[in-house]
Design a protein around this ligand. Structure first.
Ligand code: XMP
Length: 528
């Protein structure tokens, strides 16, 4: 199937979100590296291009650039953030940034100490409701999501400014005859409230694309592909009890039946009572699950380790070792199933190698090379909400589907600095309190994730008549659609009071509770 639309990836964390939004709008699209030579782009015969954002600055000589001819061949183009800046430069506009006084300056005049940035929510005013803004009210403010350092400071000849914001006087521009448009903000991100309208106006009105993509046949396609792939032998699956690996396992179980063996590694970094719950619920789903108790081994390997990336790497390595040992007990294994989702893939390094590594996610890679197994990743292209929908359609109970995401490295990335059994036990109690109270307040479906973080910060307190010098727990509650971006959730005051007093009263070693009020970006959801 030919793609009507190509997304040129310049390394943005959000590239896949663009693809998903486009897919949800019914248009089939493909992501290719931003620097793909023009001949290869032309060979794919696209009817429109979207240029993604990216972490580079065009002021750098080796910044990735689009093949210029691709912008001069009568194909409609929408440039997002870095993509917009590239269009500006190619057509003779200028880009710049901010100096330390908050004034706009050309990039070459920026001093090393300058470089103010615009991250998070912003308001743009639509000046010219054409192109992707067709139908928008003129001079009305729109809530958008910004994440950039550089910006366009001079519109290229023949282009018009379409929108402005306080930080970016040229927040969007366009050339209606050439059908080339640029937006400084991110329409693909959920927090840009009318982002879908902007993309749909570009797809349907500007580029004249048609709806031709349906996701309904996804399950049938996975079953057919898996049956065709696994012609003989057995399949193993690393089950965590989370939504992703459970949905992946149930899908593959449907395709290969009793030839699927699931392995659940209890790494001692799980929440209170979680291991038992996982075993019970997966048995009810008819899955054949083996549990490995590896708490001691993980804690031994983590002893004395404080660096977050090192923790993640150790947990990833030990998981692989433990998993492999158990897998070798099963005969004739040919394939491994992983519940990898798209955000795991993109946050561990981009499709085209240009995205900065934010965190090492241990569920990507590793096992397959070691064990010389084929890989089955039925959810690799999907986002969490899509996986939840598929899980529901497979009859997996809501109690499992609606579980909040939990990171592979578990409580280790919420137990800042050293991970010890004692500190984990404190965190488990605090985590259970947060989880229970959020559930009691019926907020667990509104909130994407809510949890406690144990901080290695000691402060003075007073309990009874005694001075205490104990650690601190941070409460983190965020809303999100896919984990790629997130906003902190304003928990009601009485709920916060209850959680805070219960944590201090019911744990031993915590005398202070604080609230995390950071969005992603610039923070991440987990603290490590
Ligand atoms: P961050 O902290 O990167 O998290 O904003 C985004 C989402 O991913 C989850 N997370 C992980 N999930 N393995 C996982 O399977 C990991 O190593 C991992 N690290 C973070 C996190 O809980 C959030 O939902």
């Amino acid at each position: 199937m030919d793609s009507q639309l190509l997304i040129l990836d310049f390394g943005s964390q959000y590239t896949r979100l663009i693809a998903r939004s486009v897919r949800e709008l019914g248009v089939y699209c493909q992501i290719i590296p931003g620097t793909t030579p023009f001949e290869q782009i032309r060979a794919k015969n696209p009817k429109a291009l979207i240029l993604s954002g990216g972490p580079a600055s065009l002021s750098c000589v080796n910044a990735p650039r689009i093949a210029p001819k691709a912008l001069h061949c009568n194909i409609p183009v929408l440039g997002i953030c870095y993509g917009m800046q590239m269009i500006a430069v190619e057509f003779g506009g200028r880009i710049g940034g901010w100096n330390s006084n908050g004034e706009s300056v050309d990039l070459e005049k920026i001093l090393p100490d300058d470089g103010l940035r615009e991250f998070g929510p912003a308001l743009v005013t639509i000046e010219n409701p054409t192109g992707p803004f067709a139908g928008f009210p003129i001079e009305e403010e729109q809530e958008v999501w910004m994440s950039h350092g550089d910006k366009v400071t001079t519109v290229p000849p023949g282009f018009q400014t379409l929108a402005r914001s306080e930080g970016s006087p040229i927040a969007a521009f366009g050339h209606p005859e050439l059908k080339i448009y640029g937006v400084q903000f991110h329409p693909e991100v959920h927090h840009t409230l009318r982002g879908k309208d902007i993309l749909s106006a570009f797809l349907y009105q500007v580029a004249g694309l048609e709806m031709d993509w349906k996701a309904a046949g996804f399950v049938d396609e996975v079953l057919e592909n898996t049956r065709r792939k696994v012609t003989s032998g057995n399949v193993i699956c690393g089950l965590s009890g989370g939504v992703d690996s459970t949905v992946a396992a149930v899908l593959v179980h449907k395709a290969v039946g009793e030839r699927l063996y699931c392995i659940f590694v209890d790494n001692g970094l799980l929440r209170a009572g979680e291991a038992e719950e996982v075993m019970q619920s997966t048995k009810q789903l008819g899955l054949n699950v083996r549990k490995v108790d590896a708490e001691e081994r993980f804690l031994r390997e983590l002893a004395g380790v404080e660096d977050s990336e090192q923790k993640r790497k150790i947990i990833g390595r030990v998981f692989i070792e433990v998993f492999e040992e158990e897998a070798h007990r099963i005969e004739d294994v040919h394939y491994l199933v992983q519940g990898t989702l798209y955000p795991d893939v993109i946050e561990s390094g981009s499709l085209s190698g240009q995205t900065a590594t934010i965190k090492s996610h241990h569920n990507v890679g590793g096992l397959v090379e070691n064990m010389r197994l084929g890989l089955i990743e039925p959810l690799r292209e999907l986002f969490k909400d899509e996986v939840r929908n598929i899980g529901r359609s497979l009859g997996i109970p809501d109690s499992l589907i609606d579980r909040q995401p939990f990171p592979g490295p578990g409580l280790a990335v919420r137990c800042l600095r050293e991970v010890t059994k004692e500190r984990l036990d404190i965190l488990r109690i605090a985590d259970r309190i947060v989880t229970d109270e959020i559930k009691n307040a019926e907020l667990n479906l509104t909130i994407w994730q809510a949890f406690a973080v144990l901080l290695p910060v000691r402060s003075v307190g007073v309990m009874g008549d005694q001075r205490t010098y104990d650690e601190c727990v941070a409460i983190r509650a965020v809303t999100s659609r896919d984990g790629m971006t997130a906003d902190w959730y304003y928990l009601p005051e009485n709920l916060l009071r209850k959680i805070s007093s219960r944590i201090v009263n019911e744990t031993n070693g915590v005398n202070r509770v604080v609230l995390d009020v950071s969005s992603k970006p610039p923070a991440t959801i987990e603290w490590e």
